[in-house]
Design a protein around this ligand. Structure first.
Ligand code: SF4
Length: 83
């Protein structure tokens, strides 16, 4: 599937353990990345300092569901299940 514009659930729900500019220890689950813009886009998209895990994430109906709210629920569930 195509990444849903204005979603940003994958920049909020999961924890990220690798360093992010301005967040040297990554980020905890459920906390918005400080590079997620008001338009729900990545402010450092395409830059080398963007974490590899972000570049590797591919939108998929199984994790992204049919809305941003559903994506937050599913990604949150996966975060807990794999913690
Ligand atoms: S660096 Fe960009 S893609 Fe990665 S979590 Fe932050 S806003 Fe999202």
């Amino acid at each position: 599937m195509q990444c849903r514009e204005g979603c940003g659930a994958c920049c909020v729900a999961p924890s990220i353990s690798s360093p992010i500019p301005g967040m040297p220890n990554g980020k905890p689950a459920g906390v918005a990345c400080n590079h997620l813009t008001a338009e729900r886009r990545c402010a450092i998209f395409g830059l080398p300092e963007r974490p590899q895990v972000c570049a590797a994430f591919m939108a998929d109906e199984q994790v992204c569901g049919s809305s941003a709210e559903e994506a937050l629920r599913i990604l949150g569930w996966w975060e807990q299940a794999t913690a």
